[in-house]
Design a protein around this ligand. Sequence first.
Ligand code: GLN
Length: 480
Amino acid sequence: MKLYELSAARLISLLEAGEIKASEIQESVQKRIDEVEDRVHAYATLDRNTETGSSKSAGGESVLDLKGIPVAVKDNICTKGVPTTCSSRILEGFIPPYDAAVINRLKKANAFLLGKTNMDEFAFGSSCETSCYGPTHNPWDLSRIPGGSSGGSAAAVASGEAILALGSDTGGSIRQPAAMCGVVGLKPTYGRVSRYGLIAFASSLDQIGTITKTVEDSALLMNVIAGGDENDSTCSNEDVPDFTKSLEGGIKDLIIGVPDEYFVEGLDKEVEEAVNEAIKLLSGLGAKVERISLPHTKYAVSTYYLIAPAEASSNLARFDGVQYGLRRDAEGITDMYKVTRSSGFGEEAIRRIILGTYSLSSGYYEDYYLKAQKVRAVIAGEFKEAFKKVDCLITPTSPTTAFKIGERIEDPLKMYLSDVFTIPANLAGLPAMSVPCGFCGNNLPVGMQILAKPFGEKTIFKTAYAYQENSQWHKRKPSL
Ligand code: GLN
């Protein structure tokens, strides 16, 4: 039995039955890393000295136990004592003195932390190519990108270099790489999971979420990481259900909305067919399917590329060479800032800082930033109306399957369009999941996206699980 290939839920049941030991799982995954990491390059930092946390949680509340299951963590989530760089030179040598809220929770739940996964620099990108460590390779075809920005996390889970992983999603960075690597990626509702210790990209859009092999593993990991946090005032105190309980029950009478605006020019034919087949399958299981319209969808990408860089330019101002990370000395403080920042940030980060600073400047603020905020409100309102009529929405996750390394890196606009279907959920703060729903002729995975209203993760889990249990896609493994 190759333990690294199994899901967390299956491994936990084997552990509970006494058939295997946690150390065997950890060894199996570590061996797999030794075997394939050279080719996949999923990690920015491997932590070979991991200790699991204590199993006792304060206050006597029920403790979720991951029993030593190996988990990989995206490199923008702070880990005490382990380098955290956002795959950027500007954070070279930065070792956080504290753990992010999600890391605290993982440690309390006895997770075995494997290391930090590679990502696009500061999560700016859709291909994992803007990392200062070089690209991650897609386990299904090493000449292709794994998606981004959480490409390292998705590739690690797909290749068996981790059982579970955390990513972050500002405009699609969990769902798009999950789709391209054939795994399950969930961006929870904005505020469902604490962002304390997540290095900020765009604070009104960022959300930490899960990348897993199966839908039930996503529920399991969400049980560990979701819930209020006094260190993050945007984190909601909304009750956290046991997500594993919302899997069963079927989808009879569920109303699925299929928005016309997500089946448009630019959508790959094979991707479209796979998603349409999946919708047919769900309808066969008793769901009602309705075509709907979300007419403002076409403004989402431009709205996002005003708001996200604006917030990024302000968040990135803190990297000045004074307190942490890279420092290049020069005469006088202004020159020190200049040389440090120009040599620390990569091209895409610099582009976003310039874009964001521009749209926040006096005179342009009203014309661009403020206008984008108004469009954002319209897009959110449109979803709100839709969810009065339907329980969830189904769309493709990304218009194409994984593209070749180097194919879009010189063309930012083409790259930005990879997220045309994922960005709206971030603008509206909605939960959304990508689930494997087929393969294209060239043996590359396709993902289907399921969206629900805020805090409607239960509906997503129920729908995704019903689909998974009646399909086989999640069982295929890349041959590496
Ligand atoms: N690809 C999008 C961007 O470049 C989204 C990235 C993300 O979700 N972090 O901004």
